[in-house]
Design a protein around this ligand. Structure first.
Ligand code: ASP
Length: 341
């Protein structure tokens, strides 16, 4: 029997059109989008579609939309074999990361995709991205889905969603996953790297987590950042967690004022995690003196997680309220988002 795929359209360039007499791109209705790809009828699967009303530019995506997506997947989980989420590329890596954490024990594919040019454009990348994303969501062996995780498909590569970052606003090749190789490469055939896929216990039921704590902040360090700036951020009401984007392998200034502020925040119960500004590689606190102090103060390592995974994992863990284990859980690979020792 052909697999049944749920195609969820959230918006994004893929379904945008230019307003009459203007150059501004705005999302348009999903049925018009589907009419532009008659090829979908040729795929070996049954496609059901749901659209956000109204479809949105992904700059407007937030945790409530992630919860809505998780609920849509949950309510169609038994009846569908795979899911494709059409999403703007700007925040797609955040959404794919968030959903990866929210969908525990996922045993089916959830593939995010979108495009750099609208589907109606002559040179569009939308058709290939959408058609292959649906094929990936339909891939099965003995009626069991091959991909059992949240992926992101763009320009001939399927990545683990929570390992991706948008790296280019112009190129079709808009995403990178510098710390984890592609799960599938699309050439003449779909080349699946079976050894890289997440393996799931089929006997475990899916658990959908819907609480996200958004009292978090991302601070990107730069030479010259002011103590008053950091102090005022750390005094934000209800702040629970900070993702600190540091230099290189997790290094930061050793100025007294900085270390004092970090110490004060941690003593107030704020979790501070350390991720690197580098697009590849790993945080190794203690490698240099400039990271050893952070380690001693109780800053938690993000290891080789992306910033997108770091911030959404923090919202997820703070939202689950299992705070006794926060440090351990944060440094553990929950959905393949980081490389453990
Ligand atoms: N601004 C668009 C969005 O993220 C860009 C895209 O779709 O690629 O919704």
């Amino acid at each position: 029997m052909n697999p049944k795929i749920l195609l969820i359209y959230t918006g994004g360039t893929i379904g945008m059109t230019k307003l009459a007499h203007k150059e501004i791109l705005q999302p348009f209705n999903f049925d018009s989008l589907l009419k532009k790809i008659p090829e979908l009828k040729l795929l070996q699967c049954e496609i059901e579609t749901i659209s956000f009303e109204p479809p949105i530019d992904s700059s407007n995506i937030g945790p409530n939309h992630w919860i809505h997506l998780a609920e849509l997947i949950e309510s169609h989980y038994e009846t569908h074999q795979g899911f494709v989420v059409l999403h703007g590329s700007d925040t797609m890596s955040y959404s794919a990361s968030a959903l990866s954490f929210m969908l525990e024990n996922l045993n089916k594919p959830v593939i995010f995709t979108g495009s750099q040019l609208p589907i109606g454009d002559l040179r569009t990348d939308a058709k290939e991205n959408l058609i292959t994303a649906i094929q990936l969501a339909s891939l099965q062996q003995n009626n069991i889905p091959i991909i059992k995780e949240v992926g992101l498909y763009f320009e001939y590569k399927l990545f683990r969603g929570n390992r991706t970052t948008k790296i280019n606003a112009d190129h079709f090749n808009a995403f990178a996953s510098n710390n984890y190789a592609p799960l599938v490469t699309s050439g003449v055939e779909l080349q699946v790297q079976y050894n890289l896929l997440l393996k799931k216990n089929p006997n475990k039921e899916i658990k959908v987590w819907k609480n996200l704590n958004t009292n978090v902040v991302l601070i990107k360090l730069f030479p010259g950042i002011q103590s008053t700036t950091i102090a005022s951020i750390l005094e934000a009401p209800n702040l629970k967690g900070v993702v600190l984007e540091t230099y290189g392998s997790g290094n930061a200034t050793t100025s007294n004022w900085f270390l004092k502020l970090i110490k004060q925040a941690i003593s107030k119960g704020i979790y501070i995690v350390n991720t690197t500004q580098c697009s590849g590689g790993m945080v190794q606190m203690g490698k240099y003196e400039t990271s050893q102090y952070l380690q001693e103060l109780g800053v938690i390592s993000c290891r080789d997680m992306t910033t997108e995974a770091a911030i959404t994992k923090m919202m997820f863990l703070l939202g689950t309220n299992k705070l006794k284990n926060f440090r351990f859980a944060y440094q553990t690979s929950l959905r393949g988002e980081l490389t453990e020792n």
